[in-house]
Ligand binder design. Structure first.
Ligand code: MG
Length: 270
């Protein structure tokens, strides 16, 4: 990966000459630092203001692609006329629509009862271990152990493999091991990458420049489907990412957004 700001000349030229930009961003770890509990998240005022400004820019369409349910991310960003994708690509809300669509609905229907069952079993086993907790997002489950001490984190991993291991082997669910979390999803190939392709297709005629920023394992599904014309940006220091460019942290993301705005609109007011 190349440091984005060290290669700014190339990237800024692309951004400048593109008549239409599809600017898609992950949420946790990209627009805000990862926190011990998802409810504690806070997006910096500067970033919110930049996103608002970019959203008013005609040549840019914004989208937010998260593992969280859409309602969660909307509550934080409060932006209208943008794309929201939640539950790792299982939920989609288009800019002009008031409804949240469930993608691959037919396929995931069969997995929902299994999700309920796993949710109950995991909850029962983990509840006595401090710092380990389950987030039930209906279409997907996240087992968190960020707040657990080493001993409880090990217990969480053991419980997880006892309850989910066999089911995962039989490919009845798909598991991603993220930052101190296990994500359990239906086994179908419906992920952040498949949704980003879908969004890109909507604007095919405008041949958009796709810019994607993300920090975690699930964002790799997007980096994988991007081509050399697109701008893929990994946030953080995972050297193994398939993205072409990297940014150090959320603060650098804010700097990047500011630069994009300046390129497309002009200088920011002081
Ligand atoms: Mg993230």
């Amino acid at each position: 990966m190349k440091d984005l700001f060290n290669n700014w000349k190339n990237v800024s030229a692309k951004i400048k000459k593109s008549a239409f930009i599809l600017l898609l961003l992950d949420f946790d770890g990209t627009l805000c630092p990862i926190v011990s509990h998802p409810d504690l998240v806070k997006v910096d005022k500067d970033i919110l203001s930049l996103l608002n400004k970019l959203n008013k820019t005609r040549s840019i369409i914004l989208g937010f692609i998260s593992g969280r349910p859409i309602a969660d991310v909307r509550k934080q960003l409060k932006l209208k006329n943008v794309y929201y994708v939640g539950n790792h690509g299982l939920e989609l809300k288009k800019p002009k629509s008031t409804k949240v669509e469930i993608l691959a609905k037919g396929k995931i229907k069969n997995s929902l009862s299994l999700m309920r069952d796993l949710s109950k079993k995991l909850e029962n086993e983990i509840k006595r271990y401090k710092g380990v907790w389950l987030e039930d997002k209906k279409y997907s489950l996240t087992l968190h152990y960020r707040m657990a001490n080493n001993k409880n984190a090990l217990i969480a991993k053991r419980i997880f493999s006892e309850i989910v291991g066999e089911i995962e082997k039989k490919k009845l669910v798909r598991v991603t091991r993220g930052k101190k979390v296990f994500e359990i999803r239906p086994p179908y190939k419906q992920n952040k990458g498949t949704v980003v392709l879908k969004l890109k297709k909507i604007y095919l005629k405008k041949s958009p420049l796709l810019v994607y920023l993300g920090d975690d394992v699930t964002d790799e599904d997007v980096f994988e489907i991007m081509n050399t014309r697109d701008v893929s940006i990994h946030v953080g220091n995972n050297k193994k990412s398939k993205a072409i460019y990297s940014l150090k942290n959320v603060r650098a993301v804010a700097d990047f957004l500011k630069r994009v705005y300046c390129l497309k609109v002009g200088e920011l007011d002081a």
